[in-house]
Every structure is written in C-alpha cells, then in structure tokens.
Design a protein around this ligand. Structure first.
Ligand SMILES: Cc1cc2nc3c(=O)[nH]c(=O)nc-3n(C[C@H](O)[C@H](O)[C@H](O)COP(=O)(O)OP(=O)(O)OC[C@H]3O[C@@H](n4cnc5c(N)ncnc54)[C@H](O)[C@@H]3O)c2cc1C
Length: 237
C-alpha cells in the first residue's frame, strides 16, 4: 500500500475556519452501552444494548459527576489547525498526541488567513471583538504577503544548506500543523466545556464545536443530556 499524505482530511471530518482547517474522527472505541455497563459492573451486571432506563442512568452519572464510566469510551481525531491552536490544544494533558514534524518534512506548508480580522478587546486582555474600524482587505493582503515572504526565506535557507529544524523557525504561527489526538469521553467533555465558550479563542472554539458534531452519533443521549446544540457554528465575536 502506498503512503498517503496526512494533510488530507479523513472521510468523516468537519471543515472549520472558513474551510481552511478541519478535524476528522479516525477511530473510536465504545459507545453509550459501554458507559452504562462500566457503571453497572458494581452490581456484577451487563447488557448488550441500551435498556429502557439506561438514558436515566447516563443522566444520573453525569449529574453526580460519577464520570469514570465515561473514560471507557475513547476517540481518535486527526486535526489540521494553525500552530497557535495546536499550542492551546496541547495544554490538555489528558490527550495523547502525535504530530507532523518539521524536522522530517518540508512539504505541504500552508498558512491560515483569518476569514475576519478582529480587534483587541479593551475590557479583557485575552479576548477579541468584531470591529468595523479594521481594514479587512489590507490586513488580509499584508498577512498573506508575510506568509509568502516567510516561506521564500524558509526555502532559501534550505537551499543554502540550513537544516529543516532551524529553517522552520522563520515560519509564522499561522502555519498549519497536523496531529493525531486521542482522548477518553470524560476528558473530551472537559475539553469541550473549556474550549466551546465565549472565553475561548474563536479559532479553537470552531474545532470544539466540530468535535461535538463528529461524536454526537456515537453518544446521542450524552449529547442531549449535556444540551449540545450542534447545528450552529461558533458565533463570531
Ligand atoms: C479560556 C482559556 C484561557 C487560558 N489561558 C491560559 C493562559 O493564559 N496561559 C496558560 O498557561 N494556560 C492557559 N489556559 C490553559 C489552562 O490553564 C489549562 O491548562 C487547559 O485549559 C487544560 O485544562 P485542564 O488542566 O483541565 O485539562 P487536562 O490537562 O486535560 O487535564 C484534565 C484534568 O485532569 C486533572 N489533571 C491533569 N493534570 C494534572 C496535574 N498535573 N495535577 C492535578 N490534576 C491534573 C485535572 O483535574 C484536569 O482538570 C487557558 C485555558 C482556557 C480554556
């Protein structure tokens, strides 16, 4: 079998960031039956399919933070995102990660251009706001030009014989990276609670929302109990 690029989204994926990024569900283990069976092992019982009262059991587990049964359901995602989103994501230590290495490869380099530039919020030093005072066209042109010049410098350094691991230092944070991320459902819910809120940066919020869409078919009752509205995309600030 030939090797394929990881910079191609898997079949089950959701596009984000105006179609520039994506997150795909590449594998998962377990279902809602796994959760209720893990909880019921206390009584020495199990069953093959969701029973009549099992949705109530799920609700009880979540309401009372009896969350360890949720850890028996595991998801693996392939994520294509800008470096700064990757940095935020990798703060979540309960995930396992493996990422493309720019020490190994210098191909498939692309950059994120925000669909909408936002202004700095004045009342919250980590937040941004929509602003009519920004010249979107000029911002886009200058950012795109910077990406092009950075890539030209990167390629010049390689041509001069500089190694990939040092040349990559000139590539901006808007560069896309691709990584595998595996996490259990309990910690994934924690990630979503932290990253699908107005406090999180819009870009990572897009990914958190996309993940909700991807996993909802696997955990429909859990999604409903948590009140997930997966129809919408992340609201712009
Ligand atoms: C809106 C927002 C802004 C942020 N801003 C910043 C920032 O400015 N600077 C910055 O550095 N970070 C920032 N963070 C990252 C934040 O501090 C957390 O590192 C990140 O959200 C991961 O959360 P977590 O530890 O719950 O997740 P995980 O690392 O996935 O851990 C899951 C849970 O496991 C337990 N756990 C994991 N590791 C340990 C441990 N070593 N000791 C005890 N319990 C552990 C905890 O219960 C934890 O909640 C920000 C996060 C958000 C959502």
């Amino acid at each position: 079998m030939p090797l394929e690029s990881v910079n191609v989204p898997p079949p089950n994926h959701v596009a984000v960031l105006g179609g520039q990024g994506w997150v795909g569900l590449v594998d998962h283990m377990g279902s809602e039956v796994t959760i209720v069976n893990a909880a019921r092992v206390s009584f020495g019982k199990r069953r093959e399919a969701m029973g009549e009262h099992d949705t109530e059991l799920l609700r009880y587990l979540i309401a009372h933070r009896h969350t360890s049964p949720l850890e028996h359901v595991v998801f693996t995602f392939l994520i294509h995102c800008p470096l700064f989103v990757r940095s935020q994501w990798h703060r979540h230590r309960s995930w396992s990660f493996n990422e493309i290495s720019r020490r190994y490869t210098s191909v498939d380099i692309d950059f994120y251009v925000p669909p909408l530039f936002r202004a700095q919020a004045e009342d919250n030093r980590q937040a941004s706001i929509r602003s009519d005072n920004l010249d979107q066209k000029t911002c886009r042109e200058q950012v795109t030009a910077h990406h092009r010049l950075s890539l030209e410098l990167y390629n010049r350094l390689l041509a001069m014989g500089v190694c990939r691991e040092q040349a990559r230092g000139v590539l901006p944070q808007n560069m896309f990276t691709t990584f595998w991320g595996t996490v259990d459902l309990h910690n994934l819910i924690g990630f979503i609670q932290l990253r699908d809120t107005p406090h999180a940066q819009w870009e990572i919020r897009e990914y958190a929302r996309a993940i909700k869409k991807l996993i909802r078919p696997v955990i429909p009752h859990v999604a409903e109990i948590l009140g997930w509205d997966t129809a919408k995309t992340a609201p712009a600030p």
